[in-house]
Design a protein around this ligand. Structure first.
Ligand code: GDP
Ligand code: MG
Length: 337
C-alpha cells in the first residue's frame, strides 16, 4: 500500500483531505498532532482491505476519553447505509439529546442527496461544528484569560490543568490571580495548585485589585495570567455585570466552563448570556460523568462559541485534552470506537 501524509490545522480538515484524495476506502495508518494547530494523517488505499482495516475509524488511536478519532463508521464507507434513513437519523439525534429543531436542520441534506449522502451530511456537519477554538495558551504575547461559569463546574481545577500544561509543556510564563474571594476555601485551593506548580499568584477582591494584580505579575515577566473567578447564577444579569466590573479593566479573555451533562437548552442559553459579555470559548468539563452528549452538539450548532478544551477527571494536570471533533461526534451519536 502506498502511503501519503495529509496535513491540516484540524483533524477533521485532514480527514476531509484524505477522503477527497483517496476516497472512502482510505485506510488510516496513523493520526497525530505533532504540534498545536497541525494535524497529520498517514493514509493509503489497500487494494485488498481487511474488514478490520476498512474505513478510517477502526485504525485510529483512541483518546483517553475512550472514543476513537475517526469519523463515525455507521455514517461512512461503501455499503454502509445502516441507520441512515431520515427517521432513524432523527431518532438517533433525539436519543442523543439534541433539540428537535437542530436535528431537523441537521438531517436536511442537499436536494437530490441519497440516504447515504444524508447520513454523511449529518456526521460532517457535526464534525465541522466541533472545530476547536484555540487553546487558552495559544494567544501570543501578553494574554489574560479568565475562567467563568456556574458554581462547581470545575473552573479552578481546569485553571490548574491549563496552568500546568501552559507552563510545563508550552513554555508560557504563567501567573495566577485568585479572584474568587467569596467562597470559603477558594483562595486556598488556588494557592495549593500555584504552590504545587511553583507559579506566582495574587489575590484580588475587586476589579481594581484584579488590574493591579495582573500588572504586578506582568511586570514580573508573566506573559499568561490566568484568573479564577467565583461562580454564580448564570441566568442573572447581575452575574454578568459583576464579571464586567471584575475583568473589564484587564480585557481578559473569558473561557466559559460548563459540565458535559448540561442540557442543550441550558448550555445554549448560558453560552448566549456569557457570549453577549465577551466569552471567547467554552471548556466542557466532567466528560467522564456524562452519559449523553447532546448538550454540546446543541451548543456548537446553535451558537458561534467553539470548544477550546475538554476535561475528563479530577486529576491535575492529566485530565484535560484538546477536543477531537470526530471523537465528539462519536460521543454524541453514542457510537463505539
Ligand atoms: N469527574 C470530574 N470532576 C471534576 C472535573 N473537573 C473538576 N472536577 C471536580 O469538580 C469539583 C468542583 O471543582 P472546582 O474546580 O472547585 O469547581 P469551581 O467551583 O467551578 O471552581 C471538584 O471536586 C473537582 O475535583 C472533571 O473533569 N471530572
Ligand atoms: Mg473555584
Amino acid at each position: 500500500m502506498k502511503l501519503q501524509t495529509f496535513r491540516a490545522p484540524t483533524m477533521s480538515e485532514a480527514m476531509t483531505a484524505v477522503i477527497a484524495a483517496l476516497g472512502r476506502d482510505a485506510v488510516v495508518v496513523e493520526a497525530r498532532e505533532p504540534r498545536s494547530g497541525c494535524c497529520e494523517i498517514l493514509a493509503g488505499v489497500d487494494l485488498e482491505p481487511s474488514p478490520v482495516q476498512r474505513g478510517s475509524a477502526s485504525a485510529m488511536p483512541s483518546t483517553s476519553l475512550g472514543i476513537g478519532h475517526g469519523a463515525p463508521s455507521a455514517f461512512q464507507g461503501p455499503g454502509s447505509t445502516a441507520g441512515s434513513d431520515r427517521t432513524t437519523l432523527l431518532a438517533r439525534l433525539a436519543a442523543a439529546g439534541i433539540d428537535a429543531s437542530v436535528a431537523e436542520a441537521l438531517v436536511d441534506a442537499p436536494r437530490g442527496a441519497t440516504e447515504r449522502d444524508r447520513a454523511r451530511h449529518v456526521a460532517e456537519s457535526l464534525q465541522r461544528a466541533f472545530s476547536p477554538a484555540p487553546a487558552v495558551w495559544e494567544r501570543l504575547g501578553r494574554a489574560v484569560a479568565a475562567f467563568v461559569g456556574p458554581t462547581g463546574v470545575g473552573k479552578t481545577t481546569t485553571l490548574a490543568k491549563v496552568a500546568a500544561e501552559a507552563s510545563l509543556l508550552r513554555g508560557r510564563r504563567v501567573g495566577i490571580v485568585a479572584a474568587d474571594t467569596q467562597r470559603p476555601g477558594a483562595v486556598e485551593q488556588v494557592r495549593m495548585y500555584a504552590d504545587l506548580l511553583g507559579l506566582p499568584w495574587q489575590t484580588a477582591h475587586d476589579g481594581r485589585e484584579v488590574t493591579s494584580a495582573c500588572e504586578r505579575l506582568q511586570a514580573a515577566g508573566r506573559d499568561l495570567v490566568l484568573i479564577d473567578t467565583g461562580g454564580s447564577n448564570p441566568f442573572s444579569e447581575e452575574t454578568q455585570v459583576s464579571l464586567d466590573r471584575l475583568l473589564g479593566g484587564v480585557r481578559a479573555e473569558r473561557h466559559l466552563c460548563m459540565t458535559a451533562s448540561t442540557s442543550g437548552g441550558d448550555m445554549t442559553a448560558m453560552a448566549e448570556r456569557y457570549g453577549d459579555h465577551g466569552a471567547t470559548s467554552v471548556i466542557v468539563t466532567k466528560l467522564d460523568e456524562a452519559r449523553s452528549f447532546g448538550g454540546i452538539a446543541s451548543l456548537v450548532l446553535k451558537t458561534p462559541l467553539r470548544i477550546a478544551h475538554v476535561t475528563s477527571g479530577q486529576n491535575v494536570p492529566d485530565d484535560i485534552e484538546r477536543p477531537s471533533p470526530a471523537a465528539l461526534v462519536r460521543a454524541v451519536l453514542g457510537l463505539q470506537s
